[in-house]
Design a binder for this molecule. Sequence first.
Ligand SMILES: [Zn+2]
Length: 347
Amino acid sequence: MRIRSFADSMSRIALIYHPIYLLHETGGHPEKKERLMAILNLIQSEKLDCDFVSPKPATEEQVAAVHAKRYIDQVKAICRRGGGYLDIDTVLSKDSYDAAMMAAGGAMAAVDAVLGEYDSAFALVRPPGHHAKTNRGMGFCIFNNIAVAAKHAQARGLQKVLIVDWDVHHGNGTCDTFYSDPSVLYFSTHMYPHYPGTGRADEVGEDGAEGTKVNVPLPSGTGDEGYLMVYREILKPIAMEFQPDIVLVSAGQDPHKDDPLGGMRLTSAGFGAMAGIVKEIANSCCQGRLAASLEGGYNLRASAEAIVSEIRAFGGEVPEVRGTDTDVVRRIEEIKRVQSRYWKCFS
Ligand SMILES: [Zn+2]
């Protein structure tokens, strides 16, 4: 039981976690339980001012807001048989279905936390979710946790959802899910070309949702300066014009300079600075409601350090990052040109 002073009641942060996340066994795969264990260890040793909150599993109906019933049944059946593969790098063990339902439930619990007594929340979940499509899992992802969370936020009465995805890989599953839904603004920075091959600047949405998908493909080697320019010059003005009712983050730490699957050069402080901009948007638009959910990040130490930096930024301790990346300047101009058809801030 913890006792809080009045002063710290302003930036209450919930960390959503359940031990079942460790039971999704992947063998020698980089998306392994040690990722979460390293994050939890560092959070504990840094004595961050946060509360741990235990989630409930998502129901089949809640997951079916994003995924085909047939696909949900298929995942369940494979796990009940003892496990198998959804694709070449997406493994299921016997407990993976339950872990994946709890991961989706974790992202939903982060939404509930910020609709309740918390200011920000971070769901420390696995398996990750942003590659999972309506009818198939891929890229280490089973159910699309952040998409289920967005649908949950809308079911709870929030209308406009901003999803920020800073994982080094494009969140193709999330982008697809909402491609013709103008109520969800999906913003992604990702290395391009890279897995899964999607996320070009001209993928802007369709059927009345044009401009609500903002894909920012970045060259390999982009570091703190480049990322921060994109977050300040593209994300912030569009988000301020969109005025979300909640901000969700697909937080993948694989653009870290030390990540073995990445190829970008973000530092842990850079992640904190990015998180600070996102928090600023949430503060300006929606009373600070900000709910993040873990995606990738495969260097155990780097990923844990980046997350600690992000959580500190959610609480108001934002690292200072300044500077210009000339390669990214041209990319920003291109995105502004593409998006100027849809957003007054660029016209
Ligand atoms: Zn990733």
